[in-house]
Design a protein around this ligand. Structure first.
Ligand SMILES: Cc1cc2nc3c(=O)[nH]c(=O)nc-3n(C[C@H](O)[C@H](O)[C@H](O)COP(=O)(O)O)c2cc1C
Length: 159
């Protein structure tokens, strides 16, 4: 199983931390889509798209990448978002794009990430210290279960 996580993380690197933690337990490649604008995603069985939330949605480069990519039959996709305010599901709009493209969607993960945008900056930000160790562990548990049907204990046992 070949996996890749394509991410955009332009505020504090919150999403990058989550993407790298996930990638480390499933041996996935990671691609920063703000540096590599048109990544070659052919040849991957599973693709994760991860983004900070900017004005209620994913980074435009992630959206463009999904819109322009030709997904092959059998490729599976999961979504990851980090956000300052965790009260709603920010992956909804992206799920709609995937559905229109008939892409096989296997799940989404969302957690809070340190947010100093606008007025929040004046108070040192919100969701300070996120993603924390617990967020990273939950992210790893999600990806192991969703992509490999394994638990973190299975991986520990395997050493
Ligand atoms: C320009 C901008 C707009 C943002 N808009 C939202 C938003 O609409 N909802 C929200 O919950 N968080 C919002 N945030 C907070 C980020 O989603 C949060 O800090 C996220 O973890 C950033 O991820 P990153 O460090 O990977 O870029 C915004 C941050 C920035 C810089």
């Amino acid at each position: 199983m070949k996996a890749v996580i394509v991410y955009a993380s332009v505020h504090h690197g919150n999403t990058k931390k989550i993407a790298e933690a996930m990638a480390s337990v499933i041996s996935a490649d990671v691609i920063d889509v703000t540096r590599k604008i048109k990544p070659d995603l052919s040849g991957y069985d599973v693709i994760g798209f991860a983004s900070g939330v900017y004005f209620h949605t994913f980074h435009e480069r992630i959206k463009k990448c999904i819109e322009e990519n030709l997904f092959s039959k059998g490729q599976k996709v999961f979504l990851v978002a980090t956000c300052g305010l965790g009260y709603r599901d920010y992956t909804k709009g992206i799920k709609d794009i995937l559905a229109k493209k008939h892409v096989s969607f296997i799940g989404n993960f969302q957690c809070r990430g340190w947010d100093t945008y606008g007025i929040f900056g004046k108070i040192g930000g919100i969701a300070k210290k996120h993603p924390n160790d617990r967020d990273l562990k939950e992210a790893q548990q999600f990806v192991l279960k969703t992509v490999c049907e394994k638990t973190i204990d299975d991986v520990a046992l395997l050493g």
